[in-house]
Design a protein around this ligand. Sequence first.
Ligand SMILES: Nc1ncnc2c1ncn2[C@@H]1O[C@H](COP(=O)(O)OP(=O)(O)OP(=O)(O)O)[C@@H](O)[C@H]1O
Ligand SMILES: [Mg+2]
Length: 362
Amino acid sequence: MKVLSLKTEHFRNLSSDLFVPGEGVNVLYGENAQGKTNLLEALWLFTGGKSFRGVKDSELISYGEQEASLILHFYSEEREQTAEIKIFKKKRQAFLNEILLRSPGLLVGKIGAVIFSPEHISLVREGPNLRRNFLDAAICQIRPGYVRILNRYSRTLNQRNALLKDSFRHPELLDTISIWDERLSTDGEIIIKERESYVESMKDPLSEIYEGLSSGKEFLKVQYKRSAENLLEALLKNRKQDLQVGYTTCGPHRDDLEIFLDGKNVRMFASQGQKRSVVLSLKLAEAALLKQYSGEKPIILLDDVLSELDHTRQEYLLNHLSDCQVIITCCDPGQAKNLKNGFLFQVENGILERKKAECTSI
Ligand SMILES: Nc1ncnc2c1ncn2[C@@H]1O[C@H](COP(=O)(O)OP(=O)(O)OP(=O)(O)O)[C@@H](O)[C@H]1O
Ligand SMILES: [Mg+2]
């Protein structure tokens, strides 16, 4: 998978020029508020998801304009292809090779990418729901049917929780709770199995990447933590407690992905730079698995990743990922001085300018 070019029109502050990245590593540098993250965001939209910044579509359109358009030429499945996204204030349209898709979500799986942005550090800093979301989003990219099961589980969970709350006023409702338990545990077990198997296949690439990033100084380990061994039995066992608190206290919605660095819980013990390295490794392991499952190397988008990383970690990132196409943003071109092979672009006021001089081996 390779981006050949991206043309943006009326997207945030970006000018309507053509961005033509090279193979391997591309570094985009520029002062604050010039449009670096906007460009990554534009590329990310082609994975079929929402903006990774969690904003409304209307905010993506340049101020004062009515619609934005993004045209991506890319190489995948051994041929050149085109995808186009049109963003209107209230809807979005996606085209693949000039055919309008029934829904923009159908782009999922066509253009593989992973993104790291500084906010993703909350993945290790905060509670388990972000880690569950990380696993679910990663699995959705490789297992198209998974999202349907997730949605069905969450509907059943809401219904069971509503029943738990209403049972005080309508005790007769409790006659039906076993039906909800059955449904919840059937889908719940599928979700848990998928997540466990994803975490299992993640272990090798993850420790390999973290070893490279930390020059073998630290050892990273992940473990999927279930809230219940046997979900159906646990639902039955916890029913009294669930009725008291008014929600379902076990199931995949209460599980966690535990992360340890040299045996210690990252959330509590890791330094700022270590946390950043851990999240980065999780994202890069996600990329490795995406490649394993789809046969295509995903694009790696790294927003402002170099700050807070020491020299050796920066060096690893800049020079050991070139197997994939990588787009890295930073403020100071000095941070990219360790780049041995790659392309440099300056971003100023929404305009990208390709710089040649700094990288000798281009
Ligand atoms: N819909 C929009 N229309 C026009 N400009 C916008 C729109 N949305 C955001 N911008 C502008 O885009 C600018 C650049 O944003 P971006 O987040 O890409 O900066 P950046 O280069 O990544 O900066 P930093 O180094 O601070 O992360 C911001 O100043 C913002 O005002
Ligand atoms: Mg930015």
